[in-house]
Design a protein around this ligand. Sequence first.
Ligand SMILES: *[C@@H]1O[C@H](CO)[C@@H](O)[C@H](O)[C@H]1NC(C)=O
Ligand SMILES: *[C@@H]1O[C@H](CO)[C@@H](O)[C@H](O)[C@H]1NC(C)=O
Ligand SMILES: *[C@@H]1O[C@H](CO)[C@@H](O)[C@H](O)[C@H]1NC(C)=O
Ligand SMILES: *[C@@H]1O[C@H](CO)[C@@H](O)[C@H](O)[C@H]1NC(C)=O
Ligand SMILES: *[C@@H]1O[C@H](CO)[C@@H](O)[C@H](O)[C@H]1NC(C)=O
Ligand SMILES: *[C@@H]1O[C@H](CO)[C@@H](O)[C@H](O)[C@H]1NC(C)=O
Ligand SMILES: *[C@@H]1O[C@H](CO)[C@@H](O)[C@H](O)[C@H]1NC(C)=O
Ligand SMILES: *[C@@H]1O[C@H](CO)[C@@H](O)[C@H](O)[C@H]1NC(C)=O
Ligand SMILES: *[C@@H]1O[C@H](CO)[C@@H](O)[C@H](O)[C@H]1NC(C)=O
Ligand SMILES: *[C@@H]1O[C@H](CO)[C@@H](O)[C@H](O)[C@H]1NC(C)=O
Ligand SMILES: *[C@@H]1O[C@H](CO)[C@@H](O)[C@H](O)[C@H]1NC(C)=O
Length: 670
Amino acid sequence: MRNTIPFLIVLLVELSILRVVSLCSTYPPQVDLSIQNRTSINKSDFPNTNVRTVNLSYNLISNLSSDTFSSVIFVQNLDLSHNWITELSGDLLSPFVRLSCLHISNNRLEELPETFLENKVYLEKLDLSHNNLRSIPERFFHRNLQHLIVVDLSWNHLVTYQPWPLLLRTSVHFDLSYNKISTTSHNLSEMTFTNLHEFGYDITMNLQFNNFTQWNEFFYKDLFGVDINDTAKPIYSIPDLRNNNWTCDCNFYNRVSAMHKSFYLYSKTDYLKIKCYNPPHLRDKRVFYDVALNEFVCNLTSIDNCLVQDIPNMNTVYVDCRRRGLTTMPKSLPLPDGRKLSLNFHGNSIRSLDSVEYAEKIESLNLSNNALQFIDGNALRRMNNVIKELDLRQNSLKYLPKEINVLPFEKTHVEDNPLSCDCNMTWMADWVNLAPGYRDKSVQCTEVNGDRHLIKELTERLLNCTNDILIAVSVSLGILLVIIIIIVITVKRCPYETKVILFKIFRIHPRDKYVVDNNDHDMDNDAYISYDAKDFHVQQWTREVLVKKLEGKKPFFKLFVPERNIGVGPEAELRAEAMEKSKRIIILLSAHYSEQDWCAFESNAAESMSENKGRVLYILYDNKAVDISKHEPWQSRMNERRVLWLDDRLFWSKLRYELPLKSRVQIQNM
Ligand SMILES: *[C@@H]1O[C@H](CO)[C@@H](O)[C@H](O)[C@H]1NC(C)=O
Ligand SMILES: *[C@@H]1O[C@H](CO)[C@@H](O)[C@H](O)[C@H]1NC(C)=O
Ligand SMILES: *[C@@H]1O[C@H](CO)[C@@H](O)[C@H](O)[C@H]1NC(C)=O
Ligand SMILES: *[C@@H]1O[C@H](CO)[C@@H](O)[C@H](O)[C@H]1NC(C)=O
Ligand SMILES: *[C@@H]1O[C@H](CO)[C@@H](O)[C@H](O)[C@H]1NC(C)=O
Ligand SMILES: *[C@@H]1O[C@H](CO)[C@@H](O)[C@H](O)[C@H]1NC(C)=O
Ligand SMILES: *[C@@H]1O[C@H](CO)[C@@H](O)[C@H](O)[C@H]1NC(C)=O
Ligand SMILES: *[C@@H]1O[C@H](CO)[C@@H](O)[C@H](O)[C@H]1NC(C)=O
Ligand SMILES: *[C@@H]1O[C@H](CO)[C@@H](O)[C@H](O)[C@H]1NC(C)=O
Ligand SMILES: *[C@@H]1O[C@H](CO)[C@@H](O)[C@H](O)[C@H]1NC(C)=O
Ligand SMILES: *[C@@H]1O[C@H](CO)[C@@H](O)[C@H](O)[C@H]1NC(C)=O
């Protein structure tokens, strides 16, 4: 059914063209007064009251009154073309009872009386072309014109298109070419858009050679008679909008992308082959066929001489400020709703990456070849959720704030900076090492004495940072008193942390008793690790950090890592069984945890386990996990459970504290 519609359109269009040809013959008897230089006409010109055709064309008539025609009421074809008429009286046609063809082309009409076509229900053809009409009165066309087939309004000065053809409810050919139309509107009082086309009228509209330039989505309803979001209703007419000087910019984007998804694109009509006129590089390309969606862009107001371009297809505003002599990042940028920013500031003299007002929207930031010395950690924190790429090459950076790990190392470029091998930079080793193998990890830093090191090999021992700590300890003896006071306060305010520290230092375990540790079940595993194995970084961290620390150092714990330990058999059952046999279930929550089927399975199973108080504990992997944990279902799941942050300084101590006290000492290697 759907596929037949384009063919229907083509068929109907062809039929209507055939029909137009046979209209308005010269019905006898006729009064032909054409080409006589007459300036006026009166009753006595019509001795025969039975005439069907009156031809007054090619005269010098400027004024006509209805009295003139009061005796010739059966006229069907009236030709007033090529005269000097500037005005029509509203009742001029009132004598005629069967008028079907009316020609008033090539006159000097500037406006039309609203009631001119009242009661002219037999009218089939109306020719008003080659006049000076600027507008059509609201009630000029009306629903009772049920036989109207051809309306010619070409070569006038109309500026606004109203959905007159849709109002008529007949199959009509409307010619509006060679006007000055640049916009549409639909304030016709009789007009309602509901149930248009319910009988499948076939309408053609010629809107060629008008003043249309910029597409506006509200044109659609006026021109096609269908609500823009109503994709179910078929369109019976496609207006001919060719030969207008269309601008192919972001305003066209929605229409073109909708058209690309629609089968109308493949209908054989030529009306869809409208062409771009601007911008010059797209001139004469066909809007719906030849222009890529990424090319529908708008230049937004320019800032600091930069190119600021809205690219709706990428949902991005691209800002090209390369080599513009900037010393700071622009304070603000124009940003249409929901768009993200892609910024290229390459080759300027920007000295610091500041926490600008649009930081949250930056998806890609290129600051290469600048004079950067300082990066505001707060700016990076604000970019956290959106940023995908950051280029800081060829700058003067000595230190990077730790917040830079909102982005993985493989998406960040820090080469060609005088990075300093300082004790507060050792965290970078982990950041670099967690990147996948294809990424070049040879980035280096320089010590005060000139030694260079690969950052991925930095350790505190390599940089002799431990000395600093010794000095710090001896100094701190002097302020022991202060520490004691702090401890007292800490014990009061953070009882849990205190217990953890006591356990860490003195092995005293003032454990909150968990039922699961008291029973005699045969529990093989100390802990079951539930994590997103599809996330490369999480997987690396679990394998290289978590498992190594817990299984490789005293007291040795026995972990069940599904990807490593699962046996052969039905996987769901094996996982459930392993969880039952684990004293603890550790849920390592990361950005895409809940999207993984096994993770969802495991976290649900953990919830429904018996004796699960103290048995289920959560680790929040990163800032995104912290965000997720604030939403349901995690918020209620974490209620009354132990939740550990990876960034917590006491993380490992807390984790050990939470794990079962006695452990079977048996280690499997990875
Ligand atoms: C009409 O006027 C034109 C110009 O004055 C003249 O050439 C032409 O012969 C006239 N036609 C008639 C039918 O009088
Ligand atoms: C009607 O027109 C004819 C020819 O132009 C003229 O002789 C006659 O006087 C006119 N009659 C009236 C009532 O205007
Ligand atoms: C009226 O006369 C003109 C000139 O003779 C002619 O071109 C035109 O077709 C005629 N109109 C009708 C309706 O016959
Ligand atoms: C046209 O005719 C009407 C009445 O016959 C008259 O009032 C009016 O002044 C005329 N207009 C012109 C421009 O001759
Ligand atoms: C309808 O729209 C036209 C053109 O936009 C305007 O001139 C006219 O005043 C409007 N009419 C009403 C009733 O709003
Ligand atoms: C398109 O622009 C050209 C050059 O400005 C002009 O000559 C032409 O008339 C315009 N076409 C339309 C349909 O406006
Ligand atoms: C055509 O449209 C442009 C802007 O869209 C306008 O500046 C120009 O005046 C219009 N031309 C006419 C003849 O209306
Ligand atoms: C069409 O849908 C879009 C997006 O769903 C919406 O923003 C717009 O307002 C809708 N337009 C109409 C006329 O309902
Ligand atoms: C936007 O500006 C650029 C550079 O000034 C220019 O090359 C391009 O043609 C402009 N694009 C549009 C759609 O105006
Ligand atoms: C940053 O911009 C420069 C200059 O345009 C380019 O060479 C470099 O590849 C860009 N960086 C990234 C990560 O695309
Ligand atoms: C690291 O320490 C140096 C001094 O040794 C200091 O200038 C710098 O700001 C510190 N960097 C960070 C990120 O803390």
